[in-house]
Write a protein that binds this ligand. Sequence first.
Ligand code: 5AD
Ligand code: SF4
Length: 461
Amino acid sequence: MDAPRKLYVKSFGCQMNVYDSHRMADMLAREGYVETNEPAEADLVILNTCHIREKAAEKVYSELGRLRKSKEETGQQTLVAVAGCVAQAEGAEIMKRAPVVDLVVGPQSYHRLPEMLAKVRGGARAVDTDFPIEDKFDHLPAPSLAATRKRGPAAFVTVQEGCDKFCTFCVVPYTRGAEVSRPVAKIMAEAQRLAEQGVRELTLIGQNVNAFHGTGPDGRTWSLADLLHRLAEIPGIGRLRYTTSHPRDMGEDLIAAHRDLPALMPYLHLPVQSGSDRVLHAMNRKHGRDLFFDIIARMRAARPDIALSSDFIVGFPGETEAEFEETMDLIAKVGFASAYSFKYSPRPGTPAADHGAQVEESVKTERLHRLQASLEASKRAFDASCVGRTFDVLLEKPGRLPGQLIGRSPYLQSVVVNAPPAGIGEFISVTITEAGPNSLAGKVVSVPASASERPLAAMEA
Ligand code: 5AD
Ligand code: SF4
């Protein structure tokens, strides 16, 4: 028998890419590829790229430079594929700029990879950045038991792709295309299979996941709340999350789901980008700061222990010091458990990139520092407030020291526990004893009945 071919996949950017990388690996497993962590020994390298900010996009070209050098040094006949949003946006340019690249494949065409690889092995180069009418997910196989176990008990499921919002800074509507929701039956089948393979936590992902409107098995259009209610009934699924959301799509039924569904974690990632009404309008976010405060108030009424996370952009074109201060004020008023923040990065083809009043780099840097200092203080305060509380923790992976396991709190914090009386893929109840900069430490209180009596296989194997 031939030695298996080796595949190295590197994912940049968001969770959609992590999910897509898994699905590509699942498909290529059928073609005889085994994953490796070593690019130098790979027969095929896939870079699954991100185009959201300039820095993210540039990483592709430096990675390709490294690959070219390593190929020259080792003489290895590695095939190089560029996938993801840079592939979609700059396919032709990549081919021109980087001769080391054998194929370029956009996010909607991953199911065509085997055909493309066959072509490439014949000596040609291949580019596919179509938005095909067939659904790639229908042609991408489900993960094997071994693959799911390796990835751990918390899994992503894409339920929605693309975006119709056209925020003026954002490339997503161009790279990922129009907003499309997957049919409920297909999501259910995928979720059920993952649960049977030992997955305990599902994060539903989409660029605009709370705008989900998938066709249900009853022919009706289901909302994200409808979908969450159904997923919560799957045996073995103890936790549900979803990301990423838009304030405009935070429906009443979704807020109520946070009150009614114990499996839905008390944590919401809701990007707001700015605290200034004028900037929000210029960003085409289609709402002002009051709507954001109003959602937070309703969420807290529905689920008093909810924690919040968000995305922020500083230095959007025309942002004044006073407008930036309104963002700082919003952060102080809300109190975030975590957040992502970025300097505005002009993206070719987006309306804000051509705006005359670009903010100077040094001003952006200074604002980002102030914003991040405030967000970091907010995060630390939240982590400190967890000391003394008792949470269910889902054990996910081994810790650094023998006997230690690392799990996640309901708020996505890493929790380190010593010698827990349960294994990876199980829930334990933990009282938090210490909050460090990157993780919490805790002491085991009990193994919940749900962990020890669960009929499905645990994940230690
Ligand atoms: N510049 C900086 N940040 C951006 N984001 C999206 N586009 C840009 C851009 N051009 C940020 C937003 C979004 C997150 C995924 O990335 O905050 O919510
Ligand atoms: Fe980009 Fe705005 Fe769509 Fe989010 S909602 S993906 S920021 S266009």
